[in-house]
Ligand binder design. Structure first.
Ligand code: FE2
Length: 312
């Protein structure tokens, strides 16, 4: 009985067709219902029309109704309204940035074991002796296994953290100097991340692939269409330890391929720490581009939000 990951997300963009084409090339499969599916997680991305780019909703997956009842009680205690949906799920509006946080009962994602790192030659361990690397035969785009996490910014870090921990029941897996926090529910080091920034905007979605080779394969496919999609990578994050490469979709959202994320079973003695700023971003990789921290369209989003407030 617990919460076990991200079920799906809804992205709002002004250019739906172009954005959908990007996620096809990213390696997600378009379903008959218009959503985009990962290999193991099924339908996990919905792209809808919005005047500016934003994360409209993230849906969390729970084992059973008890989990939903627990969250409903916590939301009531914090004076946060809960909406009931016909499919039995519940949703709440994040009190600072207004993203819809839905919680839905669904089975845990089953993940068949991939070939991968176990078969790599390394000093003293010729695990692939006498054969070529299977990766050299890989073709086409990457095929993400599941939606791993979403990161968004908030101008009220403490209040947004309270929503994630006190209402939704997340635990903190690592933080860095009041700038960034990673939140865990099940075994993945983080499924939601929060960034402290004056303007609220969606930073990135992250999609699990098998290994380093598949990150490179996906990058090659995306950059062959448009080298301008490259944001930051290849590298390894410090917090979560995962390998990463980020790309920009046509609306300006970042989409990450990741592999080898820290896994933290419930009974593990995990040392959740507050790390110095120099550890907040990466262990190795190219220099961090300015646009990764401060995307080019932040002022545009700020103006759109101000206009919206003026209207309402
Ligand atoms: Fe990420």
């Amino acid at each position: 009985m617990s919460l076990h990951g991200l079920a799906n997300m809804t992205l709002g963009v002004p250019n739906v067709d172009a954005t959908k084409q990007f996620y096809r090339e990213f390696g997600l499969a378009e379903s008959d219902n218009g959503m985009f599916a990962s290999a193991d997680g099924g339908d996990q991305l919905r792209v809808v029309e919005s005047p500016y780019r934003r994360l409209v909703e993230f849906a969390l997956a729970a084992d059973d109704r008890d989990d939903l009842d627990r969250i409903r009680t916590a939301a009531n205690a914090c004076d946060i309204a809960v909406t009931d949906h016909d499919d039995g799920s519940i949703s709440m509006s994040e009190p600072i940035v207004g993203i819809s946080a839905k919680v839905t009962v669904r089975p845990r994602i089953e993940q068949p074991v991939a070939h991968s790192w176990q078969s790599m030659n390394s000093p003293g361990n010729p695990a692939r002796s006498g054969t070529r690397a299977p990766a050299i035969f890989n073709q086409g785009s990457a095929r993400p296994r599941k939606l791993g996490h979403v990161l968004y910014t908030t101008p009220d870090f403490a209040a947004s953290m309270r929503f994630l921990t006190d209402v939704l029941g997340f635990k903190v897996s690592d933080t860095s100097a009041g700038m960034i926090a990673f939140l865990i529910w099940s075994t993945d080091h983080h499924i939601v991340g929060l960034i402290n920034a004056p303007v609220p905007f969606f930073h990135h979605s992250s999609w699990q692939v098998n290994d380093l080779d598949e990150i490179g394969q996906g990058a090659q496919t995306l950059l062959a269409v448009d080298p301008g999609r490259d944001v930051w990578g290849l590298g390894r994050h410090f917090l979560g330890s995962n390998l990463f490469w980020y790309f920009r979709d046509p609306a300006g959202n970042f989409a990450e391929y990741y592999a080898d994320l820290d896994q933290i079973p419930e009974d593990a003695e995990w040392d959740a720490r507050d790390w110095a700023p120099d550890k907040s971003l990466y262990a190795w990789g190219p220099p961090v581009p300015k646009a990764f921290v401060h995307p080019d369209d932040v002022e545009e989003i700020a103006a759109a939000l101000q206009g919206q407030q003026g209207v309402s």
